[in-house]
Design a protein around this ligand. Structure first.
Ligand SMILES: C[S@@+](CC[C@H](N)C(=O)[O-])C[C@H]1O[C@@H](n2cnc3c(N)ncnc32)[C@H](O)[C@@H]1O
Length: 319
């Protein structure tokens, strides 16, 4: 008998499904609706099998009673998160960041905070990639910044966080397969990576440009330890959350951004029904959200919603 055929198939009962879905939602905001039940069953089943546990109830008990040093919840989160990403994803938005937002921020810093952002003259621009997965997104930003002559560590600081320890391990290693380069200009790949056995290692220079942090977006006390941000990218992350968690996370981002700071969401995400506190900006390369400067009243939510709907129709046309 092979190891595979020896594996027992576990079935999640209705009450077990609800118990696990709630445990995961409360821990990290990931939302498993009834139609993703099979997915949850399958991924939990893998852990049961690995741990050689007799039932889902026994696994739930183990998760609820984790002792010090037991990292089973973290292992489960590695199984449940979707870590799909690649270099230069949604590149129009990255161009908006590098060629439109960065120049404004640099001007603001040369004028000693005259705009009301509160940034000190000459201080680095702070960027946070929240939900960075295996690092392709923050490394893309570091590469693009270097390409326009900015010096990470001096002109800007790139922080990148994720809840998945497995994804972060990969990010810190900086070794990628061909699939991560599906949208990458070959010139940039050859300049910043070294190939070995069909894997690509990022240059140690770019690796040093990004600070990776293990962080759950639900953990407000740990987030409070991060400084104020000029830009937060949280792309293709909140799409997996329930609406209450989305609202909480967006509120946290609002608080972490300096006045005038930008929030960049994924193309299929918007603030409709989540927040009316942000201003929607039409940049040449993309639409982005901004925490208004003091004294600015965001336009009414219906106007914002209509604009975001136009944006999503445009995006569908693009793909
Ligand atoms: C699809 S990836 C997006 C990666 C990248 N931002 C991009 O757009 O290519 C979503 C990431 O969000 C992370 N994530 C999900 N829930 C999280 C939470 N509560 N706190 C921090 N990261 C989370 C997942 O681990 C995953 O790596």
């Amino acid at each position: 008998m092979t190891a595979l055929s020896a594996r027992k198939d576990f079935k999640l009962s209705d009450s077990e499904f609800r118990m696990f879905a709630e445990l995961v939602r409360a821990h990290c905001g990931l939302h498993f609706a009834e139609d993703s039940r099979f997915l949850l069953e399958n991924r939990l089943g893998r852990r049961l099998h690995e741990l050689d546990l007799p039932s889902f109830a026994a696994y739930h008990f183990r998760l609820r009673n984790q002792g010090p040093g037991d990292n089973e919840l973290s292992m489960l989160i590695d199984e449940l998160t979707t870590n799909e990403t690649y270099f230069f994803r949604e590149s129009g938005q990255l161009r908006a960041l590098i060629h439109e937002i960065f120049p404004e921020l640099r001007l603001d810093r040369s004028a000693s905070g005259a705009s009301g952002s509160g940034a000190r003259k000459g201080s680095p621009i702070n960027i946070w990639c929240a939900g960075c997965s295996s690092g392709e997104e923050p490394y893309s930003i570091a590469i693009m910044a270097r390409e326009i002559g900015m010096r990470p560590g001096v002109d800007l600081r790139v922080y990148a966080s994720d809840i998945s320890t497995r994804a972060l391990r990969k990010a810190r290693q900086g070794i990628y397969r061909e699939a991560s380069f599906r949208e990458t200009d070959v010139r940039l790949r050859d300049k910043y990576f070294v190939e070995k056995d069909q894997l690509w290692q990022i240059s140690s220079e770019i690796k040093k440009d990004v600070d990776f942090i293990h962080l759950n977006l639900m953990d407000r006390s740990k987030i409070a330890l991060l400084g104020s941000m000029d830009v937060i990218l949280c792309r293709n992350v909140i799409i997996y959350f329930d609406s209450e968690t989305k609202g909480q996370v967006i509120k946290t981002f609002y608080e972490k951004l300096r006045p005038g700071g930008h929030l960049l969401l994924g193309h299929s995400e918007s603030l409709i029904n989540l927040s009316t506190e942000f201003e929607l900006r039409h940049l040449r390369n993309d639409l982005v959200y901004r925490r208004p400067l003091a004294g600015f009243t965001p336009r009414d939510p219906w106007h914002l919603a209509a604009e975001a709907a136009i944006r999503s129709t445009d995006d569908k046309g693009e793909r």
